[in-house]
Design a protein around this ligand. Structure first.
Ligand SMILES: [Zn+2]
Length: 279
């Protein structure tokens, strides 16, 4: 007889209350703890100090183009490893790692779409992929986009977020992209077509020294770090203290290097007006 059978209850072990990961982000500038949902709704701009967080290339496309209007070019173009580059990590490993982390094949997304109803070519570099640096794929995709814009007499917008400049893993092949993109832009300009360059944090090195630096109109997001060599290296080289805010958007606007600083919330509207007036 099962008089002393198994007890008819179960033991519930209460877990310590867990805070789900990925709910909060600390502002990189003012250190405020921000609720991710609030940050998303605010276009990834800190509501307290206006710090503009990095956007992925697709987030940027979504922000700027009319819904469902984007037609992407050359999505599957991938890089070769012409130098068989070996470092702490080989180039092949680095590419595979960043492809997995970002879902991108390389550091630029390009295509055509509508901005405020107007047809444009848009390319965006993504600083999460080898710091948004320019190798053969970035250079080739940009050049094809520029040439398509020239051929079809369309305005062109390139958004740069490239802390890495020219990609060292491809050596001279990367450096050649500076000349290639600039030459393609020359023909675009020769056809009296509009090219707007948008600089976001950070845009440096060979990217700043080529296509990003030669827009007909150069726009920057607030407080972005923009330049060729970073401030720390310059300070070490010239052994002088640099002025406050050196290489930030506001400093460059004051010194005539860029035309206008536009807050992310205002960007699409202002671009739409520029396109209407100038293209
Ligand atoms: Zn902040």
């Amino acid at each position: 007889m099962a008089l002393f059978g198994k007890p008819k209850y179960t033991i519930v072990r209460l877990k310590k209350k867990e805070i789900p990961e990925g709910l909060w982000t600390k502002c990189e500038d003012c250190s405020e703890t921000l609720y991710n949902k609030t940050l998303e709704e605010n276009m990834k701009v800190c509501p307290k100090c206006n710090y503009h967080f990095t956007l992925s290339a697709y987030e940027r496309v979504k922000l700027l183009l009319d819904a469902d209007s984007f037609n992407e070019y050359d999505k599957d173009m991938i890089s070769a490893d012409p130098l068989d580059f070996k470092g702490p990590k080989s180039y092949k490993e680095k590419l595979a790692q960043d492809q997995l982390a970002t879902g991108l094949k390389d550091a630029v997304v390009s295509g055509e779409g509508l901005l405020g109803g107007k047809k444009v070519i848009l390319a965006v570099t993504d600083s999460r992929f080898i710091m948004g640096s320019m190798g053969s794929v970035v250079g080739e995709k940009l050049t094809r986009s520029i040439e398509t814009a020239t051929k079809n007499k369309m305005p062109l917008i390139i958004v740069s977020g490239s802390g890495g400049g020219a990609r060292m893993h491809e050596g001279m092949y990367s450096l050649m992209q500076m000349a290639k993109t600039s030459a393609a832009l020359y023909y675009h300009r020769k056809n009296k077509l509009l090219y707007i360059s948008i600089l976001t944090n950070p845009t440096m090195g060979g990217v700043m020294a080529s296509f990003a630096g030669i827009g007909d109109i150069t726009i920057a997001e607030p407080r972005a770090l923009l330049g060729f060599t970073g401030p720390r290296v310059i300070e070490q080289t010239i052994r002088q203290k640099l002025p406050a805010g050196f290489q930030r958007s506001e400093f460059l606007l004051e010194h005539g290097m860029i035309d206008i600083i536009i807050h992310r919330k205002q960007l699409k509207q202002d671009l739409s007006l520029l396109l209407e007036y100038l293209s």
